[in-house]
Design a protein around this ligand. Structure first.
Ligand SMILES: [Zn+2]
Length: 291
């Protein structure tokens, strides 16, 4: 993937690299590691899981201080890339909201952190993976995740990384459109199995929306795809499929417990978004194949 026009604005960016809350971080890390162990490998935690998990860790209200000066510029290249994708996605969605939805697009904030941080959805450790918090409209990422994506998941290349960021911005789009709220209304009122099914639809739609970004970012002359990019993105959507992750961690998969969709489903919806660029084709909630 090549940049044709990269928007480096830091207007909606909060840099917390190398910042933390001293001793508090150890507590968050310890607890988080236990609670989050199984899902540690998941990409793009869905917001409810993130909320449920991290609520067990009560964030304090102290301000973030630089605790590790040597890490404030860690992964600078990845930061520049991620911020570029984030801004590009916001520019694409601003345009789609204005021209197709006649709605105002409110930009989310990108937060980069090191090891642990706090969000309105609770505290979070790097092991959660990138996530979006609807309560503060921010997406959180420890950039070291991208090293993990490459080494542990074998997903290499720019479009694999771009997909991760575009997927989280996709959750923000779902938040603005009221889709996350609608799904949330069912929490506790339906069986766990049904909740998982709704979650899968939410996640697959975010994958679709990530694909829609790829389509329009090319059209709007922001990025240019290169040979190998599609394969790169597909290696990521495959790696984060529930079946792939369960097989890696347990040696077999349990479809009823899927919350993000299979590798094939994630790849299918991402590609569909990327090929059509048409938001009207992304209704995963009424898709016969998912019911
Ligand atoms: Zn997600």
């Amino acid at each position: 993937m090549k940049w044709i026009n990269r928007n480096d604005s830091e207007a909606n960016y909060e840099d917390r690299r190398g910042r933390g809350r001293g001793k508090r971080n150890a507590a968050v890390g310890g607890l988080g590691a236990i609670v989050i162990a199984v899902i540690a490998l998941l990409l793009g935690q869905d917001p409810f899981q993130a909320v449920n998990m991290v609520n067990s860790v009560v964030p304090d209200q102290s301000t973030e201080v630089i605790t590790d000066p040597s890490r404030v510029n860690e992964n600078e290249e990845l930061k520049v890339f991620t911020l570029g994708v984030f801004n590009s996605a916001n520019d694409v969605w601003s345009e789609i909201f204005r021209t197709q939805l006649q709605q105002n697009y409110v930009k989310p904030t990108l937060v980069t952190f090191t090891d642990a941080t706090v969000s309105e959805c609770g505290g979070a450790t790097a092991s959660v993976g990138p996530f979006y918090c609807p309560a503060d409209q921010k997406m959180y990422i420890d950039l070291n995740f991208f090293h993990q994506l490459r080494s542990e998941f074998g997903a290499k290349g720019d479009l694999a990384m771009a997909y991760v960021t575009a997927h989280e911005v996709g959750h923000h789009v779902q938040h603005l459109l009221g889709i996350i709220n609608q799904v949330n209304q069912y929490r506790g009122k339906i069986s766990e199995r049904e909740q998982n099914r709704l979650n899968v639809k939410l996640e697959l739609q975010a994958d679709f929306l990530a694909g829609v970004w790829v389509y329009h970012a090319q059209k709007m002359n922001m990025i240019q795809l290169e040979p190998g990019d599609l394969e790169s993105a597909i290696s990521a959507t495959t790696a984060v499929g529930d079946d792939t992750i369960q097989k890696r961690s347990m040696g077999y998969s349990v479809p009823d417990s899927f919350t993000h969709g299979t590798a094939a489903q994630r790849t299918y919806w991402f590609r569909k978004g990327m090929q059509t660029g048409d938001i009207s084709q992304g209704d995963t909630f009424n898709d016969p194949s998912l019911n």
